[in-house]
Design a protein around this ligand. Sequence first.
Ligand code: DX5
Ligand code: ZN
Length: 232
Amino acid sequence: MNITIAPSVLSANFGEISEEIERVVEAGTPWIHLDVMDGSFVPNITFGAVAAKSFKKPKGAVFDAHLMVVHPERHIESFAKAGADIITVHAEATHHLHQTVQQIKKCGLKAAVALNPATSLEVLDWIYSELDMVLLMSVNPGWGGQQFIPAIYEKIEKLANKLNEQGLSIPIQVDGGIKPSTIRRAVSAGATNLVAGSAVFDNGSSVAEYHENIQALLQEAERGILDRSQIV
Ligand code: DX5
Ligand code: ZN
């Protein structure tokens, strides 16, 4: 599976969010990760569907809405209308995970489930076949710019093995602390979709600088692919 870098707009300049999205798409990364925080599931508040609807979506872009909100089932329809292509809900945030996943699919969108660092993979055991992607948090959600939690490398590997056993080839998205220094090991463990906020947006503000930051990640990811091909 190809490696996807998913810039998280959490670290972008919110004053010109549509332009920032356009820049990273132009820099070669059409997968845009929208971090939605409600001040309850996580302490921070970012934006909701009303604001997301105003983000201009470049042609060919994918909007991936990571809902760090309690009762995400209440917001699925509005994010579908706001232009999301894939919605990720936290297993910890909904009582009826299976039903919530079905709700996303009924809206015609791809469905993904996110797990906090301390949440066991077992919660996915009975819904793997329903999922279009799994998101493993490699930091505790709520802020950008945190350190990757090293125990998650093993969790990625376990998830990759489980998916393999079941014959499923869906992306493993990893979110938090992805930098040139962590991406290689995450990819060699089996991650294929890497969310990167600060690593993309913190150094620079132009298409050329974002391109450079993305290339630095991809270069290390390539090494991770090689490492993995020697393991599996
Ligand atoms: C954390 C968010 C992440 C965050 C990643 O709660 O879900 O998407 O923006 O930021 P970095 O890449 O800076 O760790
Ligand atoms: Zn995220």
